[in-house]
Design a protein around this ligand. Sequence first.
Ligand code: PMP
Length: 356
Amino acid sequence: MAPPDPILGVSEAFRADTDVKKLNLGVGAYRTEELQPYVLDVVKKAENLMLERGENKEYLAIEGLAAFNKATAELLFGADNPVIKQQRVATVQGLSGTGSLRLAAAFIERYFPGAQVLISSPTWGNHKNIFNDARVPWSEYRYYDPKTVGLDFEGMISDIKAAPEGSFILLHGCAHNPTGIDPTPEQWEKISDVIQEKNHIPFFDVAYQGFASGSLDADASSVRLFAARGMELFIAQSYSKNLGLYAERIGAINVVCSSADAAARVKSQLKRIARPMYSNPSCSRLSAKDKSGKDWSFILKQIGMFSFTGLNKTQSENMTNKWHVYLTKDGRISLAGLSLAKCEYLADAIIDSYHN
Ligand code: PMP
């Protein structure tokens, strides 16, 4: 038997729990106040339009829907970005964030043999599986400092510096999962300095554009900074969270290249990898303190969809076993799974689990 997945396995355990008080804060997915899946109004409108028009069920091209690829690259870089104007971006529609990351990993394995990917410690659990399955070696750079519940910036910089020249550095574009801790604009500048000095290749995972600052442009500023420096970089995008399109599997892989010619060739190679893997993508539908004095205010400072509560494995297990609150064992909760009515119950569960 394979072990349950650390994130989706939590949803399986939640489904099996029959207690009425149960609450699933494991997977990152929005819920209504009634704790039902939430469909955005804009998505409902788009679906109605599509129904009226009677969209067909034809195969998409290997690289996906051309209009989607144009729109997704423009949302990421800004329509006026020189990398777009100069046609230096190879964009291929992938199977959401995961599939786009996996496609890039296969590309790295094929065209950069032996190159390693550096991932943050901690990171979204599936990153390790993706690179393992693609047979791309990876190691970790320091990111989270439990002493400050903040960024270990010095550790991050020295680990990126120490990596062999030409390594891929996996960065979360914004709203880092699972910590909810992002570098400041000044820190991003320094990170890009070191990456450039070492001839590393930045590889962004953008799964939360629109979640960090409330502005789609500002949330893409980390990616745009690297592109403005003339660097070649990879960016995987996901629309699972910001459009609530979890099941549709909508996303893309973008590779910023040094020339339009290089971008055309990279795109052709990405298509060559995609064809035997899954042939073509899915049809896009996109046109304060507790009694003991413990300070929990860091939860308010964290950004994005998740909160890293600081609960350890035993405390997280107490949350599930005693309180029927489901979360990943690293103490991460998805705030999107919470309703107002359940807040007090959750606070009781966290305080009990933390102190006992
Ligand atoms: N990257 C990160 C950091 C994520 O948190 C997620 C979703 N939890 C993804 C990628 C990919 O999600 P999906 O495959 O649903 O787009």
